[in-house]
Design a protein around this ligand. Structure first.
Ligand code: ADP
Length: 260
């Protein structure tokens, strides 16, 4: 990657929170089927940082991500992306927010089979009627190591390469924040490590903000910080995580859960 251009983009990143939840509550169903998926969650996702969200199955990780990304309506409290409060927005406004400010990476790569890699990368911007910044696009494509494969269709790419296309697509519009939901769930460990490395590079070298839901302590250790959830509540926080430290937290919480 051209270092000077990367440095310029890095400088563009400011400090503070890219997104924050305050007393965020999400309730599904009512009466006997009522489930409190998020119980007054307060958390900040730092700008220019890579944050992992961990917790047991059913702890509210996906719900938190979906609420913060404007994919699901919130029941109470506040969810903000940048300066925008999500709780007051209607469906049309939420769609616009997602298009302009948020990038997504899912476990399934969700690429269109009839489009080549480059067309897949720019598709969300094409739909939004935005023109990709060519210099930024080149930086991203270089960062995720796809420069020689832009004319390939998804079927001509490995799983790891397809997920790298999905990462480039999420970054193409220079979003305020990228949400990644188990991005390595469908990959072997080597391809998974590559994708995690590129997500980390997008933060460290390009100043992007990434929030990743994972249940894998090794994946979480690529992040700058891990937020732990259980039963819809934030139960802990770890900075500069190692896989061992993450695993230790998970085990300690499991042990507590069994004895309480
Ligand atoms: P995680 O991602 O940590 O596995 P989820 O956010 O998917 O947890 O789920 C949190 C809780 O909310 C669980 O009890 C789950 O069953 C419930 N839940 C999630 N989505 C829905 C939904 N659409 N309808 C009803 N309950 C839901």
């Amino acid at each position: 990657m051209p270092q000077s251009a990367a440095a310029t983009h890095r400088l563009g990143a400011s400090s503070g929170a890219a997104a924050r939840a305050a007393g965020l509550t999400k309730v599904y169903g009512q009466g006997e089927t009522r489930v409190v998926a998020l119980d007054s969650v307060t958390v900040e996702f730092g700008r220019g940082r890579f944050t992992a969200i961990m917790g047991p199955s059913g702890s509210g990780k996906s719900t938190l991500m979906h609420c913060m990304a404007g994919l699901d309506a919130i029941s109470g409290g506040s969810a903000r992306v940048g300066d925008t409060e999500l709780s007051g927005l209607n469906d049309r406004q939420l769609t616009q927010l997602r298009r302009e400010k948020i990038g997504f990476v899912f476990q399934a790569f969700n690429l269109l089979p009839t489009l080549n890699a480059l067309e897949n990368i720019t598709l969300p911007m094409d739909i939004a009627g935005r023109t990709p910044d060519p210099e930024w696009l080149e930086l991203i494509v270089g960062t995720v190591g796809l420069a020689g494969r832009l004319r390939h269709r998804p079927s001509q790419l490995s799983g790891g390469q397809q997920q790298r296309v999905a990462v480039a697509r999420a970054l193409a519009g220079r979003p305020e924040i990228v949400f990644a939901d188990e991005p390595t769930g469908n990959l072997d460990s080597r391809s998974g490590a590559e994708v995690l490395g590129f997500l980390r590079d997008s933060v460290r070298e390009l100043g992007q903000t990434v929030v990743m839901v994972t249940h894998d302590p090794v994946a979480a250790s690529y992040a700058d910080r891990v937020v732990f959830l259980a039963d819809g509540r934030v139960t802990g926080d770890l900075t500069a995580p190692t896989p061992e430290a993450v695993l230790d937290r998970v085990r300690r919480f499991d042990a507590k859960g069994r004895t309480s």
